[in-house]
Design a protein around this ligand. Structure first.
Ligand code: ZN
Length: 526
């Protein structure tokens, strides 16, 4: 039992913004009260928030592991142990691994089992899957059954689409798709989007379809992004790393910012949400299922790269990268991310992310928070970076918005928890998971968010006085349970026989040690 006494509490899900109150914990959950002799943390003068929730990062699986081999020890792609410890030391207690190849789910789950402290969920890649393409062509009404089967088979939480149709074209002849109506691999990107988004909606999964649009990084791609949103037609959807999809200009030409137009579109559509994918200057590691993008990046860096996962229902490209302040494109990307944050009116639908480690490490979140909360600091930074790029944004128009602590609590925990449909996370109401972060209230917000005073995970104190106190065991795997008609299995078995080199019966993950401990969230079919 634990009482966190006298802190200023930020619990946006319950409209609490800086009220001084106690937060009580028993058996890993938030409770209304605990006896007077319970252990006490004196949080007077401190700020208390739910544990952080990262809706989109790359922390486990074959792609991350291949990137570790390219990166020096202890750098931008940490080991499993370091990943868990460093997230906890930042006050984050739940992280979504955003791109799991279904065929390699065992690898991803093994690494999650090896990642201490944090709870984790996997988004399963379904936008370049040949058996699913066949069903989309021939029996679209049964796609929902297949998706539910795949989520069960992989221990997944949600459905991710990456460059639908394009990766398969890359694997065939280094091709790609460039519009939603390209013929592609027997289906168009628009068919994939429509059918899978519809199936996710009908299944009632807690998190809507999570989309990495076609044409990532290409000048003029904002039109593809808008076309994608129009295709989703009022269905709930989450856009991954919107910054990388917000470019004006002509393909092959210099990009410019179309962040204001996209922010306005999202403002006007309450069913849509996005994480930003902020670029932070310094070293990064681009790693994506979108292998054709990596081939383009490699032409820029001329360094080592990895192209892998060819015999899976996806691709994989990895290119080490450095974002530089004086470089026009990099500065523009940095500016577009800030525009998206500052122009979005509903903090519940815009989530803080760097698409770790693509735009930068999750370790740069505290600096990003300071950029959002401290206008003077931001304006100093704006003056340092490439001036031509800044002229292509609205950042020079003296955008004076400063995020409040309440808004930071929304974009880093309450909002992503709600978008993920994780009812026990991101808030401090009775019955919530006792995942809690306590910060010293410091004027330097970067310093404040870089070193929480206490972090509580499931009621256990894992960080105390800014130092790690607990290591070892992994958190829960967050999975989804969606019902399906078992009649889909013989159909899938036939499709497997034609396309896979593994047997259908040995494909699903059945090893209990990979799937436990788990927290299962039920789908609510519509
Ligand atoms: Zn990503």
């Amino acid at each position: 039992m634990l009482r966190i006494a006298g802190g200023r509490v930020y619990d946006p899900a319950h409209g609490v913004a800086g009220e001084v109150r106690d937060v009580c914990v028993q058996d890993g959950k938030i409770v209304a009260d605990v006896p007077a002799d319970a252990r006490k943390i004196d949080a007077r003068g401190m700020v208390v928030m739910p544990g952080g929730v990262d809706i989109h990062a790359h922390i486990a699986g074959p792609k991350v592991n291949a990137a570790r081999k390219l990166a020096p020890e202890g750098s931008i792609v940490p080991s499993t142990f370091d990943t868990g410890h460093r997230y906890a030391l930042l006050g984050y207690t739940t992280v979504v691994e955003a791109a799991t190849p279904p065929l390699a789910a065992r690898h991803t789950l093994s690494e999650i089992r090896d990642t201490p402290i944090i709870d984790a969920a996997c988004l399963v890649l379904m936008g370049n899957n040949l058996p699913l393409f066949e069903l989309i062509r021939t029996e679209p009404a049964r796609v929902r059954e297949a998706i539910a089967w795949w989520l069960r088979a992989t221990g997944g939480y949600g459905v991710k689409l990456v460059n639908p149709g394009g990766i398969e074209m890359w694997k065939r002849d280094n091709g790609n798709v460039t519009s939603l109506d390209d013929e592609g691999p027997g289906v168009t990107p628009r068919q994939v989007l429509e059918t899978i988004a519809g199936a996710v909606h009908d299944l009632g999964l807690p998190h809507p379809v999570h989309v990495h649009c076609n044409n990532l990084g290409v000048s003029g791609n904002w039109r593809t992004t808008l076309d994608t949103l129009d295709t989703l037609e009022g269905r709930r959807a989450h856009l991954a790393h919107l910054q990388f999809h917000a470019y004006g200009g002509r393909p092959g030409g210099r990009p410019r910012s179309r962040a204001p137009e996209l922010a306005e579109h999202i403002n006007a559509h309450p069913e849509l949400s996005a994480d930003v994918g902020q670029v932070m200057f310094g070293p990064a590691m681009t790693m994506t299922a979108d292998a054709p993008v990596s081939a383009v990046l490699r032409e820029i860096t001329h360094g080592k790269w990895v192209n892998a996962d060819t015999e899976a229902e996806t691709g994989c490209g990895i290119v080490p990268f450095t974002y530089r302040e004086r470089n026009y494109v990099h500065a523009l990307q940095w500016g577009i991310g800030l525009e998206l944050f500052l122009l979005s009116r509903d903090p519940w639908r815009i989530v803080l992310s760097t698409d770790h480690p693509n735009g930068g490490s999750f370790l740069s979140y505290p600096r990003l928070i300071r950029l959002l909360m401290d206008r003077e600091f931001r304006n100093e930074e704006i003056r340092r970076v490439n001036g031509q790029a800044m002229k292509r944004t609205v950042l020079l128009d003296d955008l004076d918005r400063e995020y409040t602590l309440e808004e930071i609590a929304i974009i880093t925990r309450a909002g992503p928890a709600r978008l993920l449909g994780l009812c026990d996370k991101g808030h401090l109401g009775v019955g919530a998971d006792a995942d809690i972060t306590v910060y010293d209230d410091r004027a330097d917000r970067e310093a404040m968010f870089a070193a929480p005073r206490y972090v509580i995970k499931d009621g256990r104190t894992v960080v105390e006085d800014g130092e790690l106190r607990a290591t070892g065991r992994a958190g829960n795997l967050l999975r989804v349970a969606a019902e399906y008609d078992p009649g889909i299995e013989p159909t899938l078995e036939e499709l497997f026989a034609d396309r896979y080199s593994v047997q259908f019966t040995s494909y699903p993950v059945q090893e209990p040690w990979l799937l436990e401990p788990a927290r299962t969230v039920a789908a609510e079919p519509r």
